[in-house]
Design a protein around this ligand. Structure first.
Ligand code: GLU
Length: 579
C-alpha cells in the first residue's frame, strides 16, 4: 500500500497540474470527521469501492475499483470500451480537478460517414456499426487520475473485478431485462462472441444466473501488470481494431488512434448560485447547464409573488427550457470550436436570459451571451443541434475518509455500446453523439464530427460547495439527453426545496427540452405535477418510466447522507471515519 502524507500530496498536486484546478473557497483543513460514502449503480461495485475506502484509499482509488466491477456486472451501461468524465475534489489542497476521458473520433472519420448513397443509415445500423466506435478513454482515465491522486497500488484496485470475473457474478434483473428486450433487435444476440456470452444456448442470461468472464479477468490482469499500454498497444489493441473493422458497416479505427489517445485535463467550470458554488465538467460535457438551471431557477422564483408550488414547478421547467436551448446550440468539443462556456454561466447573462422565459405553450430559442455581455452577437455562428443520445451510462458519487470527493459519469452510449466485443468487454458507439446532420439551416453545427474530436455529451457530474467553500454535495446521473434534467432535479430539490437526497432522487423526473415537458407519472407524486403543469399551459407528455440513475451524497452537520436511484440497482454504503 502506498500512503502519501498530506504535505507531500499538496506538494505533488501543486506541481502536477496547478493550472487545471479551481480554488473553491477558503482553505479549510479542520479534521474531516464524517467518514466516507459510496453511491454507485450496483451492490458488487459499491462493496468494492467501500472496501477500498476502508483500506485507506482515495475516492479516486474507490472509483476505479468500482468502475472496473461495473464494466463486468453492468456491461449495458459502461466499461473499458467506453469513456468517462471525472471531477475530483482534493481536500488537502482545496482544489478541484477535471479529467476528460471522453472517446475521440478516429483519424479516418469523416462528416458524412453515416450516409449510404447520400441517405442516413438506419438508426440500428449506425448504432451497431464499427463507424460508431470512438477511441475508448476509460483506461487512460484510470491511469491519469490514479497517477495524480491514488493512495493504493493500482493492481489492488482491479483485484475485486478480476476475482469476480473469474468466479462469476450473479446476473441482475436489470441486465436480464436489457438482454430480453434487445434479443433480435441489434447485433448483441448475433455477433458470435456477444451471443455466446450474453445468450448462451440462444437464451438471454437470466437474473440469478452465475456468469463468469475469463477474458475480462485476463484483460484487467494485463492492465494491472503493464498499465494502460496493455490496452492501447499490442494484442488487445489489435483485437479492438479487428472488432471495429468487422462487417457490417466497418469503422476506420486504427492502431495509431489507440496509441495516441490521451485524457484531457481541463479547468472545472464553477460559478456561484445563491449561497452555493456549483462546479461541473466543462464542455464537451453539458455540465454548464447545471449552473445555468440553478441560476435561472433562482432568478425566476425571485419574481414570483408567493413562490407557490405552481411558481416553483414552472420556474424549474422554464429554467430547463432556457438552458437546454443554449446547451443544444453552443456545446461541443472546446478543442475544436469556441464554446462560450464562461459566458453562458456568467451572472450578467443569466440575468438577461431569465427574462427570455417563454409562454408555456412556446418553445425556447437559444440566447446570445455575446450580444448580452459584449454587444457582439455569436448566435449565428452555429446551427441548432438536435442530437439524441442513448441510454448506456452510469454515475458514481464517492467521498473518502479524508473528505476528498469524486463525481464520475461513465458511458458506452447506447445499451451495450456498439455490441462489438474485444477482450471480454464491449466497445462504445459514442460517435453517434455527434450531430448526424453537419448543417442546420445552412449553418455548421458545433457538434459536427471531425478526426480527433470528442462528441458533445449530456453527462454532467457535479460537485457543490457551501457558502464557506466546504464540500456540500456530489451528484450525477446517466440518461442520455435527459441527464441535464435529472441532475438538476437533485440540485433544485436538495439546495432549494430542502429535500433529502433520497427524496429528491425519488421525485418524479421532469424533462423540459424542446417543445414538450415530459413528466414521469409512474412514480408517486408525478400525476399531480403533470396535471398542474398542464393547467399552466405546458404541453405535457406523460411518461411511466424514466431512465435516471442518480447517485448523490450530501454533507450535513450530522454526517453524510446518500441516495441511490430506485429506478436502477444502486447502493449506498457508509464507511466509518478514521480513528
Ligand atoms: N452518450 C451519452 C452522453 O454522453 C450518454 C448516454 C446515457 O446517458 O445513457 O451524453
Amino acid at each position: 500500500m502506498r500512503r502519501v502524507g498530506v504535505l507531500l500530496a499538496v506538494l505533488l498536486l501543486g506541481s502536477c497540474a496547478p493550472h487545471q484546478s479551481d480554488r473553491v473557497g477558503p482553505v479549510a483543513l479542520d479534521r474531516w470527521s464524517y467518514g466516507g460514502m459510496v453511491a454507485v449503480a450496483n451492490p458488487y461495485a459499491a462493496e468494492a469501492a467501500a472496501e477500498v475506502l476502508r483500506a485507506g484509499g482515495h475516492a479516486v482509488d474507490a472509483a476505479i475499483a468500482a468502475h472496473a466491477v461495473l464494466g463486468l456486472v453492468e456491461p449495458q451501461s459502461s466499461g473499458l470500451g467506453g469513456g468517462a468524465f471525472m471531477l475530483v475534489y482534493q481536500r488537502a489542497a482545496d482544489q478541484l480537478f477535471a479529467f476528460d476521458g471522453r472517446e475521440t473520433a478516429p483519424a479516418g472519420t469523416h462528416a458524412d460517414m453515416f450516409l449510404v448513397n447520400g441517405e442516413p443509415m438506419g438508426f440500428v445500423d449506425a448504432w451497431q456499426s464499427g463507424l460508431a466506435v470512438g477511441v475508448p478513454g476509460t483506461v487512460a482515465l484510470y491511469e491519469a487520475s490514479h497517477q495524480a491522486f491514488g493512495r493504493l497500488d493500482f493492481p489492488m484496485l482491479l483485484a475485486p473485478a478480476i476475482q469476480l470475473a473469474e468466479q462469476g457474478f450473479v446476473v441482475s434483473p436489470r441486465l436480464e431485462g436489457f438482454l430480453k428486450r434487445l434479443q433480435g433487435v441489434g447485433r448483441l444476440s448475433q455477433n458470435p462472441a456477444t451471443a455466446a456470452y450474453f445468450y448462451p444456448g440462444g437464451q438471454p442470461l437470466s437474473a440469478g444466473d452465475l456468469r463468469n468472464n475469463p477474458a475480462y479477468a485476463q484483460t484487467l490482469s494485463r492492465i494491472a501488470a503493464d498499465g494502460p499500454r496493455a490496452f492501447y498497444e499490442g494484442a488487445l489493441a489489435e483485437q479492438i481494431v479487428a472488432a471495429v473493422r468487422a462487417e457490417p458497416n466497418p469503422g476506420t479505427l486504427a492502431l495509431t488512434d489507440l496509441a495516441t489517445y490521451s485524457v484531457a485535463r481541463r479547468d472545472p467550470l464553477c460559478a456561484p448560485a445563491g449561497p452555493q458554488r456549483v462546479c461541473s465538467m466543462p464542455p464537451p460535457s453539458s455540465g454548464l447547464a447545471q449552473i445555468m438551471i440553478l441560476g435561472l431557477y433562482d432568478r425566476l422564483i425571485a419574481e414570483a409573488d408567493e413562490a407557490s408550488e405552481a411558481d416553483r414547478e414552472s420556474a424549474f421547467v422554464d429554467a430547463q427550457r432556457l438552458a437546454y436551448a443554449d446547451r443544444d446550440h453552443y456545446v461541443a468539443d472546446p478543442d475544436f470550436v469556441a464554446v462560450p462556456a464562461n459566458d453562458l454561466v456568467a451572472s450578467g447573462y443569466l440575468d438577461v436570459r431569465a427574462r427570455e422565459r417563454v409562454d408555456p405553450a412556446a418553445e425556447a430559442r437559444p440566447g446570445d451571451p455575446g450580444a448580452v455581455l459584449r454587444g457582439k452577437p455569436i448566435i449565428q455562428r452555429w446551427g441548432q443541434d438536435t442530437t439524441q443520445a442513448g441510454a448506456g451510462t452510469t454515475h458514481l458519487s464517492i467521498v473518502d475518509r479524508f473528505g476528498n470527493a469524486v463525481s464520475m459519469t461513465a458511458t458506452v452510449e447506447a445499451p451495450f455500446g456498439s455490441s462489438r466485443w474485444a477482450g471480454g468487454f464491449l466497445l462504445n458507439n459514442e460517435m453517434t453523439d455527434f450531430a448526424l446532420q453537419p448543417l442546420k439551416g445552412g449553418q455548421p453545427v458545433a457538434n459536427t464530427v471531425a478526426p480527433g474530436k470528442r462528441p458533445r455529451s449530456s453527462m454532467s457530474p457535479v460537485i457543490v460547495f457551501d457558502d464557506k467553500g466546504q464540500l456540500l454535495m456530489v451528484s450525477g446521473s446517466p440518461g442520455g439527453n435527459s441527464i441535464v434534467a435529472y441532475v438538476a432535479k437533485t440540485l433544485v430539490g436538495v439546495l432549494r426545496w430542502d429535500l433529502t437526497p433520497q427524496m429528491a432522487v425519488d421525485r418524479a423526473n421532469i424533462v423540459a427540452r424542446g417543445s414538450t415537458v415530459r413528466v414521469e407519472t409512474g412514480v408517486v407524486g408525478g400525476a399531480p405535477v403533470a396535471t398542474l403543469l398542464g393547467e399552466l399551459g405546458y404541453p405535457v407528455e406523460e411518461r411511466q418510466g424514466e431512465n435516471s440513475g442518480l447517485h448523490v451524497i450530501l454533507v450535513t452537520h450530522d454526517g453524510l447522507q446518500g441516495a441511490a436511484d430506485p429506478r436502477r440497482e444502486g447502493k449506498v454504503i457508509a464507511v466509518p471515519a478514521t480513528d
